[in-house]
Structures are given as structure tokens and as C-alpha cells.
Design a protein around this ligand. Structure first.
Ligand SMILES: C[S@@+](CC[C@H](N)C(=O)[O-])C[C@H]1O[C@@H](n2cnc3c(N)ncnc32)[C@H](O)[C@@H]1O
Ligand SMILES: Nc1nc2[nH]cc(C(=O)O)c2c(=O)[nH]1
Ligand code: SF4
Ligand SMILES: [Mg+2]
Length: 234
């Protein structure tokens, strides 16, 4: 049913620094070169909010997920993130979203945007645009990602775009993304320099500044690095 549920501090995007409960779903339809979430835990749930200590629990249906969310709730909680893997592959996401919203939780979809036909209307939506070097078929999915942003935007979701930047990505690529986003509406663009791994090197600050300046001609733009990695939290 799920990979894990845990309470942490949002480390990416528009609401970086806010307290979230993350519900991570297992499957994904892409295989991004930089993906840092290739986990195959099954139904592991954090014992205490923010403890990073887990135990395996019986998660049979959406109600069980909601029970764990309510148990992990803290007074600083800002939103519930549906992430993964690709959360839109979870067939009961709409039911889960509706139940959490009915109970007064703010919900946040963290998606690769390649499945516009499966979109769920959360309060917040983050669509991760994949560029050259991220996946082989980045051109094929680009219009679906833009379509997902447009559908969420037109349905009143607080939607923003996020793009992981590899050292191979160019200012021109970002300028095109920014221009295309501006044609949808006022969409915040979050540039997220890749967190270096042993095989992937970091991005130059100079390029990030140039990318922001070019994108800033078309949309609101910010740069977020994965804060949770630097804080060494989940
Ligand atoms: C693991 S994915 C899960 C949700 C969805 N599949 C997606 O791609 O947005 C969540 C986010 O992690 C970020 N991410 C994954 N690996 C990363 C890395 N090595 N450096 C920076 N961001 C990374 C991407 O921005 C992605 O949007
Ligand atoms: N702290 C923290 N913030 C996050 N924002 C997006 C995440 C994800 O894996 O989707 C994530 C994550 O894994 N941890
Ligand atoms: S779409 Fe998201 S979960 Fe899937 S491989 Fe890419 S970054 Fe990882
Ligand atoms: Mg993560």
C-alpha cells in the first residue's frame, strides 16, 4: 500500500521549512537519473513525529493511512505531502485526499506531472519538470507536465513548478520552461540544484544566478536546495 509515513520539515520548493507529514507511495513510471527515493520499504510508519524511528504497521486501506496521519499530527503541522515514487499511481489517492481535506488537513501533491488524466485536486501542487539528461524521454513528457500544471492552475490549486538542475542543463532550457509557464499563468518556478551524489556532480552557482535572471523575465523564480539533506533529517 505505502512505502512510508513520517513527519519532517519540507526540504524543497515553495513551502520549504514548513512542517509536513509525508506519505510516500512505492511505484514510479519514470527513472530519473538523480532520483534519491529508490526505497523499497513496505508500510513503515514513524513511531514518534520527527524521531526517524519506524516500525512496520498494518496499512490495509485509506482509513489506516489517515489514522497514522492523525497520530503523527503536531501543532506546527502545515500540510500532508503525497509523494513517492509517483503518488498519482496510487489508485485511492482521490479518496485519501478527500478524507484528509474533510478532516481539515491541507494536502500537497508532489508529482512528476506525466499523468494529467490521473490528477487529484489537492490544496498545493508541485510538478517536477524533467529536462534533458534527467530521463531519456524528457521531450515526450514535457507537454504532459505543462498540461498538468495548467489543469491544476485552472482548478484553483496552489501549483508551482520545480526543476532539478544538473550541471549539463543550460540557461536556454530554463528560459524556455519559464516562458512556457508564463503562458499558462502566474506559476512560481523553483530551481533545485541537484544534491550531488558519488556519480552526480553539483551545479555552478554562476549558472544558477544566470538561470534565475533569465527565468525572472517571465515568472517568479526561487532556488531551493534540499534543506533536509543538509539538516540530515528525512
Ligand atoms: C522523489 S520525487 C517523488 C515525487 C515525484 N515522483 C516527483 O518526481 O516530483 C520528489 C522530488 O525529489 C526531488 N529530487 C529527487 N532526487 C533529487 C536530487 N538528487 N537532488 C535534488 N532533488 C531531488 C525532485 O525535485 C522531485 O520532485
Ligand atoms: N524533508 C523532506 N522534504 C521533501 N520534499 C519533497 C520530498 C520528496 O521526497 O518528495 C521530501 C523528502 O523526502 N523529505
Ligand atoms: S519521477 Fe520522482 S520518484 Fe520517479 S524516478 Fe523521478 S524523481 Fe524519482
Ligand atoms: Mg525525498
Amino acid at each position: 500500500m505505502i512505502t512510508e509515513i513520517f513527519s519532517s520539515i519540507m526540504g524543497e520548493g515553495k513551502y520549504i521549512g514548513r512542517r509536513y507529514i509525508f506519505i510516500r507511495f512505492p511505484k514510479c513510471n519514470l527513472n530519473c537519473i538523480y532520483c534519491d527515493e529508490r526505497k523499497n520499504y513496505k508500510n513503515r510508519v514513524e513511531v514518534e513525529p520527527g524521531s526517524g524511528v519506524f516500525e512496520e504497521r498494518e496499512i490495509r486501506d485509506v482509513k489506516d493511512i489517515v489514522k497514522e496521519v492523525e497520530r503523527l499530527k503536531t501543532d506546527d503541522l502545515f500540510a500532508i505531502s503525497f509523494t513517492g515514487g509517483e503518488p498519482l499511481l496510487f489508485d485511492k489517492l482521490d479518496e485519501l485526499n478527500k478524507l484528509l481535506k474533510k478532516k481539515g488537513f491541507r494536502t500537497h501533491l508532489e508529482s512528476n506531472g506525466t499523468l494529467p488524466e490521473r490528477l487529484v485536486f489537492t490544496d498545493i501542487g508541485s510538478i517536477d519538470i524533467k529536462l534533458k539528461g534527467h530521463i531519456p524521454n524528457y521531450k515526450e513528457v514535457y507537454n504532459k507536465e505543462l498540461e498538468s500544471i495548467k489543469i491544476l492552475y485552472e482548478n484553483g490549486v496552489d501549483v508551482y513548478a520545480k526543476v532539478v538542475i544538473l550541471s549539463s542543463n543550460t540557461v536556454e532550457e530554463i528560459e524556455k520552461v519559464a516562458k512556457d509557464l508564463s503562458e499558462i499563468g502566474s506559476i512560481l518556478l523553483c530551481l533545485q540544484p541537484v544534491t550531488p551524489t558519488k556519480d552526480i556532480k553539483g551545479v555552478s552557482k554562476k549558472v544558477i544566478f544566470k538561470m534565475m535572471e533569465k527565468a525572472g523575465k517571465y515568472v517568479d523564480v526561487m532556488t531551493t536546495i534540499q534543506m533536509h539533506k543538509y539538516m540530515k533529517i528525512l
